[in-house]
Ligand binder design. Structure first.
Ligand code: DC
Length: 227
């Protein structure tokens, strides 16, 4: 059976990564989180104290940086120059810095190149902001997941509480709205649905319902390809 490239785009906390992970498991596909790569890149710039305006140092960093996503049954690991940064890149300062650094052309070029190398063989679900529009415009299936900002903030707060971290709803909501605005209004590869993307509004769906819905679309696509 043909192994598809499946693109899932959408704003932060719209349910992309949880759905993508579970769907990948169900299909025996590889799950790749492109946002984690921008996060790792932002962390590398932070550690070396490189300002976003310092294009010369940023170019050097991009030449030498090694970002890898390593499969692990308990959840993929993100390696930055062989160091496991999986947890660190989820912290709030990195969310903001990743959104900032992802506006820069040289950063996007490098990340897109790496993402294409990782996903080209198919049998992959990649989530992000520009997967269906830029990284894999020929992906066989594209989803664009949305949910109200309030619901997304509520989910993000729940995640933080589960991790034992502080969660102030109003702060989280404002942070998400600012990041959405920057991600969708930037000049390069802004967050937007591909013209052939299927929109999934997850506001009132449980995780199980989201996975099931996407799974049905995948089966439909695979059945059509067999005929
Ligand atoms: O999906 P995430 O929240 O982990 O992504 C962090 C930031 O990275 C996001 O605010 C914008 C950027 N990003 C991007 O520009 N393109 C992608 N394909 C994925 C993420």
């Amino acid at each position: 059976m043909k192994r598809l490239i499946i693109a899932i785009d959408g704003p932060a906390a719209s349910g992309k990564s949880t759905t993508a992970k579970l769907l990948a498991k169900q299909l025996g596909y590889l799950y790749l989180d492109s946002g984690a790569m921008y996060r790792a890149c932002a962390l590398a710039a932070l550690e070396q104290d490189i300002a976003h305006s310092d294009i010369a140092r940023l170019d050097k960093l991009l030449e030498t940086i090694d970002i890898r996503i390593e499969y692990s049954p308990d959840g993929n690991k993100v390696l930055l120059n062989d160091i496991d940064v999986t947890k660190r890149i989820r912290e709030e300062d990195i969310s903001r810095l990743a959104s900032d650094i992802s506006t820069l052309g040289p950063v996007r070029e490098k990340m897109v190149e790496l993402q294409r190398q990782m996903g080209n063989e198919g049998g992959v679900i990649m989530d992000g902001r520009d997967i269906g529009t830029v990284v894999f415009p020929h992906a066989e299936l594209k989803f664009f997941m949305i949910a109200s900002a309030e619901e997304r903030a509520r989910r993000r707060c729940e995640e933080l509480i589960v991790k034992g971290l502080e969660a102030d709803y109003e702060t989280v909501l404002k942070e998400l709205q600012e990041r959405d605005k920057q991600d969708s209004t930037r000049a390069l590869a802004p967050l937007k649905p591909a013209t052939d993307a299927i929109e999934i509004d997850t506001t009132r769906l449980s995780i199980e319902e989201q996975v099931e819905l996407l799974y049905q679309y995948v089966q439909e696509k695979l059945n059509k390809q067999v005929k």
